[in-house]
Design a binder for this molecule. Structure first.
Ligand SMILES: Cc1cc2nc3c(=O)[nH]c(=O)nc-3n(C[C@H](O)[C@H](O)[C@H](O)COP(=O)(O)O)c2cc1C
Length: 193
């Protein structure tokens, strides 16, 4: 696939199966992620790979964090929701967590550091697509949970930008994206300017 074909071929797959990216392919995916545009080369992105036993163990972290959120909110944990937190990482054989770590900078505000980490996440998805793997970018409540961040070695001020589910397509790759540009182009001068 050429680069433009990869861009349109990247589609989300909710259920991915083994095989996960090989170690060599994973290395390529991570290098692609780290090649993201990055103002002042602050390298504000970090990557955590979860697979096999660590993927399973992190499910317990998510379940415990769900319980703690319920306690903090004064609500009773719901067994089905707890179980979903416990098992949801199993929707792919490998999950790559992309985080943004705050770097001190007078020139590069936090939102630009977040943007660099998001670009890294997208690069990882595109590299996975180019290598023939499926992917899905997810977030959700655990992304904003200080206990989950701490478990990943992040500070509360850092951000979990993406949980990238990576693996092989069960029933073939989804059809390529065919985006509609209606309403996306802002004329300028605009009516209000
Ligand atoms: C920052 C971000 C967070 C997302 N979080 C979720 C999520 O938690 N659950 C979900 O179903 N889709 C989530 N998505 C959307 C999917 O990744 C996907 O882009 C969307 O379903 C459109 O499908 P496509 O990628 O095949 O075009 C998120 C996307 C982004 C950019």
């Amino acid at each position: 696939m050429d680069a433009l074909e990869v861009l349109f071929a990247r589609r989300s797959s909710g259920r991915l199966v083994a095989p996960a990216p090989t170690p060599a392919d994973l290395q390529t995916i991570l290098r692609a992620a780290a090649a993201a545009p990055d103002h002042e080369r602050l390298r504000p992105f970090r990557f955590t790979m979860l697979s096999g036993a660590t993927l399973d163990a992190f499910g317990q972290v998510l379940a415990d964090a769900y319980d703690a959120r319920c306690v903090a909110a004064g609500t009773e944990p719901v067994a089905a929701k707890r179980n979903k937190e416990r098992t949801k990482l199993g929707r792919a054989p490998l999950v790559l967590v992309v985080s943004a770590v705050r770097r001190p900078s007078a020139k590069v505000p936090w939102n630009e550091q977040l943007a660099a980490a998001a670009a890294a996440a997208q690069n990882a998805c595109l590299a996975a697509t180019a290598l023939g793997y499926g992917s899905m970018w997810r977030t959700g409540d655990p992304s904003y949970d200080p206990n989950v961040k701490a478990s990943l070695g992040l500070d509360e001020a850092d951000a979990i930008v993406a949980w990238l589910y990576l693996g092989s397509h069960r029933d073939g790759a989804p059809p390529p994206n065919d985006p509609d540009l209606d309403g996306l182009l802002l004329p300028w001068p605009s009516r209000s300017s």
